[in-house]
Design a protein around this ligand. Sequence first.
Ligand code: CMP
Length: 202
Amino acid sequence: APAGVHAQLRAVQQGAAGHAEGDVVEGQQAHAAYVCAAAARRKGCPGGGVGLNAPQHLQDIPMATERTLSILKPDATRRNLTGKINAVFEGAGLRIVAQRRLHLSQQQAEAFYGAHRERGFFKDLVSFMVSGPVVVQVLEGADAIAQNRKVMGATNPANADAGTIRKLFAESIEANSVHGSDSPEAAAHEIGFFFAGTEIVG
Ligand code: CMP
């Protein structure tokens, strides 16, 4: 793993705010919890911890190496776009440190999207996610969670910026080609959902 990564290993489920930067938390899901120094900074900083919008006193702190969970959805595998989408990730500096192609079961899809269970689109979302194979992957890089969300573009391709994966490839808000974790806590949970630590090779 790159220098600095181990120093930032922490288990989010124990609460990033409760640990000092550099803490290493042992445990089954510690591998999945590459929650960066930035997570702790964000918690203490209402304006966000990194990037151009960060408060002035945080702008000089280098972005931490993070890991995030990515899924290439059935519309992408159906159209043979996995290589093209991976090229966008790699072009943006994200490294694919784990990857597996699988066909989600109904039960897996319902569990993975459990947070959306009460939403009106839940049933359709699950049917779509089991309609063909997906590729699950772990992306690693500087500020990877936010960086991946930027590269993916808005959930609805109609609102996605030019050059983003969803603008380039998505068919609709549902068949939107990619999923990416939306927070350090989600990244730790979602990486652990699909991968054992030994399967992630940075
Ligand atoms: P994803 O990032 O995978 O997380 C939940 C998914 O639900 C989302 O991308 C969309 O593809 C899908 N979805 C379908 N309809 C909606 C909707 N109306 N609002 C938000 N997400 C939706």
